[in-house]
Design a protein around this ligand. Structure first.
Ligand code: Q0Z
Length: 312
């Protein structure tokens, strides 16, 4: 088989393969922008205790995966997530085993401990926006938490709130979950710990990011369970798992510009793109300058947060 294409079963035509085969690994699953593999063990079978998480350069917006890819996005997000795991190590242990990965995915893949994952998306919000804002507008509550009157899009909470959601199958949207439903799903002890850790991760993340001119409006984290204790898994505090906002443009009362996808969304919604969001059609390919400026935003987020240069 060729490396970056695969034959279509019916037509025999070559089609783009978003998750090429990796020697020594079995492909398990691909999300919109990431791919999951299992290493093949000495016995020639897929290991059940480890996973390889591979971040691609693909970018999504308005629920579409766009073309072309953003060069280095996968490496920037992987390196940022690894940096955050270190920053958070005194708060929570994590799933990372090794960054020694095949050359094809160097810098954008991590070998991790395969865990029993909580069947809950653990979301914390430090600012009101998105789905939280929609819930608040309906009845003044978010995830069952009564909030003060008069909040607007972009308002900051005194402290992050826990707003868990269901893990929807691919192609469907996560639904808000009450705290009682989380307790019923995983038990009250793990629910309390998940709430405590998720909000602590966002609070600490914002302490660090604020010094570097970035606000983290909200974030989604995933936990596994080892010996009854929570272990932080997946990716953490990246622009794909969180809303990053430029601090100097924060102005409650309207939608805040997205740190990373601002140029992409602006161009797609502009007349220049010729795309009608309501049409249901796939968006047109991004122009080179939008790709380049978007790449620069990911690199800027990485460099501002970590205080180090991103080496390609
Ligand atoms: C993460 C995902 C994808 C990357 C499963 N340590 C773990 N143990 C068990 N399962 C997971 C993890 Cl991180 C796990 N995902 C989400 C999908 C690429 C991550 F396609 N799914």
């Amino acid at each position: 088989m060729v490396e970056h294409a695969t034959a279509d079963r019916l037509t025999g035509m070559s089609i783009a393969d978003p998750a090429p085969g990796l020697p020594g690994f079995v492909h398990l699953y691909s999300g919109k922008v990431r791919d999951l593999y299992a290493p093949i063990g000495d016995d020639g079978r897929a290991r059940e205790d480890q996973l390889l998480l591979v971040a691609s350069d693909r970018i999504s917006a308005f629920d579409f995966v766009l073309e072309p890819a953003i060069p280095d996005k996968g490496a920037v997000l992987t390196q940022l997530s690894l940096w955050w795991f270190e920053q958070l190590a005194s708060i929570v242990p994590n799933h990372v085993l090794s960054t020694d990965v095949p050359a094809e995915v160097a810098g954008r893949a991590v070998l991790v401990r395969r865990l029993e994952m909580l069947p809950v998306e653990c979301v914390a919000r430090a600012y009101l926006t998105g789905g939280g804002l929609r819930e608040y507008a309906a009845d003044g509550h978010v995830s069952g938490i009564r909030l003060p009157e008069g909040l607007v899009d972009g308002s900051r909470f005194d402290q992050p709130i826990f707003t868990p959601s269901t893990k929807a199958p691919q192609g469907e949207h996560d639904e808000p979950m009450s705290y009682a439903a989380v307790e019923a799903a995983i038990g009250s002890g793990l629910a309390a710990r998940a709430r405590e850790l998720t909000t602590a991760i966002l609070a600490r993340g914002n302490e660090i990011a604020a010094e570097r001119g970035i606000l983290i409006a909200d974030t989604k984290v995933e936990f596994g369970v080892v010996d009854g204790e929570l272990v932080l898994a997946d990716e953490v505090l990246t622009p794909d798992s969180s809303r990053f906002w430029p601090a100097d443009q924060w102005e409650p009362g309207h939608t805040q510009p997205s740190f990373d996808k601002e140029f992409v969304r602006e161009w797609l919604l502009s007349p220049e793109s010729g795309w009608d969001k309501a049409s249901g059609e796939a968006p047109p390919p991004l122009p080179e300058d939008v790709v380049e400026r978007t790449r620069a935003k990911y690199v800027e987020a990485y460099e501002r947060l970590t205080g180090t240069t991103f080496a390609r």
